[in-house]
Design a protein around this ligand. Structure first.
Ligand SMILES: [Zn+2]
Length: 212
């Protein structure tokens, strides 16, 4: 009885409001019901893209694709709870710092936030590991009409080490939202290696099909 009285505001709110996805079931896992949770397009595996091993929570399929789009482009920030919950299902490596995938200032102004930073902040809170942002991203130009090699070069040139950073970490975890080719993760990893990182792990919410 006393335990129930001590329920937090969020728990109380959850108790009286239905699942964030189906609007019917009772909230059970990170704001969604048991049935919706079970039906997510789970992957929970490490996959290889562009010579990188990346831990991935889900396939980029319904309803995760839509949820991520709403989170990124429609400011539906309440989805952060579910999305961070997905990352917490992965077997996370022990690291010294979390590095969110950087976005360019243009994108930041356009969107108002870096979605990977929001996810990283939630992980940081849960795991008690600091966030480290030692790499800046320059303007993200359109990749249309470029060959595969040109696209890779274009991406590699976007990531620049922030020379004002004094702190260095050796084992880090990159957090990204969706991966397709994995080229941004490899470009970011290269710069992190230049900064002295020896072990670099990556994880992301969802993997889209690799377009050749
Ligand atoms: Zn549901």
């Amino acid at each position: 009885m006393f335990k129930n009285l001590r329920m937090g505001t969020r728990q109380l709110f959850d108790y009286f409001t239905p699942c964030n996805l189906c609007d019917i079931g009772m909230k059970k896992h990170h704001g969604i019901c048991q049935s919706c949770w079970q039906q997510l397009p789970w992957l929970k595996q490490s996959i290889q893209r562009n010579q990188q091993q990346i831990l991935v929570a889900c396939h980029y399929e319904h309803p995760i694709d839509r949820i991520i789009q709403q989170f990124k482009y429609e400011q539906k920030l309440h989805h952060q709870r579910l999305l961070s919950g997905l990352l917490l299902q992965l077997k996370l490596p022990k690291v010294h710092a979390i590095v969110p995938m950087p976005i360019s200032t243009d994108r930041l102004v356009e969107r108002g936030f870096n979605q990977s930073l929001l996810l990283a902040q939630e992980l940081s809170k849960n795991l008690h590991i600091p966030i480290w942002q030692p790499v800046q991203r320059l303007a993200q130009h359109s990749q249309k009409g470029l060959s595969r090699v040109e696209r890779l070069e274009n991406i590699e040139q976007q990531f620049i080490a922030d020379s004002t950073q004094k702190i260095r970490y050796r084992k880090v975890l990159i957090v990204d939202d969706v991966i397709t080719t994995g080229s941004s993760i490899s470009a970011l990893s290269q710069v992190l290696e230049q900064l002295g990182c020896q072990q670099i792990y990556s994880l992301c919410l969802a993997a889209a099909r690799n377009q050749k």
